[in-house]
Write a protein that binds this ligand. Structure first.
Ligand SMILES: *Cc1c(COP(=O)(O)O)cnc(C)c1O
Length: 465
């Protein structure tokens, strides 16, 4: 067991907990003199310790301003590099709804100019609802991925007839035949040979046509867009760039046949530095992408394609933290950590990727963050499942030693992507409350679930006859 030496770090707790670093998306976070974790939105300060004391735990806190700033920056990078390099195509950001469908995430992104990408009929229903409530104008564009059931295609048709700019993306021969008579514009998805450095680097991908299959298709007058999606949480810059070269190879051949093709959609996959180690960033990558697209299309003598990106995790993960309280401590004999800290919620239920893909998280104490008395711990969730734990991959997490009669809260950073829709109810534990921190005030978006509200999900409606 390594001895934990923190004296050398001096008293710079912000640095010790890796806060205030824009490359890690922690530039909004700081530690007060009293050792409390705070978030700064302009000149507003949210004290997370005070918030969790008032509203209880477990709690998720969403920061819409972080979403807005991230998307604004992304638009700025791409538009600036297009201008600097004399690129003639346009840039479109499409928000992949599956990454987080909560209204509190979707609305700020739309207000910041996001278009949408949906993957199912039920996600498209959300678009329909917003459209009917006149929550966005007709310039907003919607891309439809995912397997196209009849209900899904019917809704696409319905919304197109109502005047929405909607474009289904054909993923296989079955869908192509179903959409043969479709009057609007369509896209097509290619399954590239290039493999990306990600957890989801599947040897065999079930989505999309091969390049050869696409080249064998008859001319399609309504084909507007070529799409690929290579995986999520791509771990290297090269793996973001490489697939673009392969896709452009195909694109150049395709525009000669499908003369209305004018857009390359490079899908999602841009990663987040969960582990707060050096990582590639959107500024450098956006410059590289535009340079590359310009060079390839100029060499081939074709128009610069419009560019669509669907980076979901990148935009939303840093906009939410999940806060738990430590309810008990148990010693662990012979392990990399000295103690279990048992928490008042569940990694397995609320942060399901901990269990599903051994996701690593950046974890920071919400109070006592300025103490020298630290301990190496593993976290145990309060479900009765031995898989409900977080060990930082068998390593350890540093936490303040517990003090008699005092709560010890901690925050899991970057919990904004994917965890909500995957969340579950193992042991019928309650999902955390969801709070929104915006313009200096805290609003409750969703209360912590009660036994009754969870019971109802399983048919316990009160009349047990
Ligand atoms: C899941 C998905 C995305 C978003 O992926 P991220 O890794 O979150 O960026 C984008 N496009 C498609 C087609 C997807 O399936």
């Amino acid at each position: 067991m390594k001895k934990i030496k923190i004296k050398k770090q001096g008293k710079n707790w912000k640095k010790f907990w890796k806060l205030g670093v824009s490359d890690f998306n922690t530039q909004y976070f700081d530690i007060t003199k009293n050792g409390e974790l705070v978030v700064q939105e302009g000149n507003y300060v949210y004290n997370l310790n005070e918030i969790v004391k008032k509203y209880g735990s477990p709690t998720e806190i969403v920061f819409p301003f972080i979403l807005e700033e991230r998307l604004e920056d992304l638009h700025d990078y791409f538009n600036a590099y297009m201008k600097i390099q004399g690129y003639k195509g346009k840039f479109f950001y499409h928000y992949p709804l599956k990454v987080n469908q909560n209204k509190e995430f979707v609305m700020p992104l739309i207000s910041e100019g996001a278009h949408m990408e949906v993957g199912s009929v039920n996600e498209l229903w959300i678009v329909k609802k917003l459209w009917e409530e006149e929550k966005f104008h007709s310039k907003l564009r919607v891309l439809c991925n995912g397997p196209k059931t009849d209900a899904y295609l019917d809704l696409v048709d319905e919304l197109r007839n109502k005047g929405l700019s909607i474009l289904p993306i054909i993923e296989d021969e079955h869908e192509r035949l179903k959409l043969l008579k479709y009057k609007g514009e369509v896209g097509i998805r290619v399954n590239l040979d290039t493999k990306a450095d990600t957890h989801w680097d599947k040897k065999i991908d079930r989505f999309g046509f091969t390049a050869k299959e696409i080249m064998d298709l008859p001319k399609m007058k309504n084909l507007k867009l070529l799409h690929y999606h290579i995986g999520s949480q791509i771990n290297s810059a090269a793996s973001v760039i490489k697939p673009i070269e392969e896709a452009m190879d195909l694109y150049i051949k395709m525009v000669k046949i499908h003369t209305n093709l004018d857009t390359l959609d490079i899908g999602g996959g841009f990663g987040v530095p969960y582990e707060k180690k050096p990582f590639y960033n959107a500024k450098e990558i956006s410059e590289k992408i535009i340079k590359l697209l310009k060079k390839i299309s100029d060499n081939a003598g074709i128009k610069h394609p419009n560019l669509v990106v669907e980076w979901g995790r990148y935009i939303v993960a840093p906009a939410q933290v999940t806060i738990y309280n430590v309810i008990a401590e148990k010693p662990i004999p012979k392990a990399n950590a000295k103690s279990w800290y048992v928490i008042d919620g569940s990694f397995m239920n609320d942060l399901l990727d901990t269990w599903a893909i051994h996701q690593k998280w950046h974890i920071v104490p919400v109070n006592n963050a300025n103490t020298n008395a630290l301990k190496s711990v593993w976290f145990a969730g309060s479900s009765c499942d031995s898989d409900d734990k977080y060990t930082a991959g068998g390593n350890y997490i540093l936490m303040p030693k517990l003090k008699e009669g005092e709560e010890q809260y901690f925050a899991v950073f970057d919990s904004g992507a994917y965890q909500d829709a995957l969340a579950s109810h193992h042991c019928l534990l309650s999902s955390p409350a969801k709070l929104i921190a915006q313009d200096g005030t805290i609003k409750i978006a969703r209360k912590r679930e009660s036994a009754e509200s969870i019971g109802k999900l399983f048919g316990w409606n009160g009349d047990h006859k």
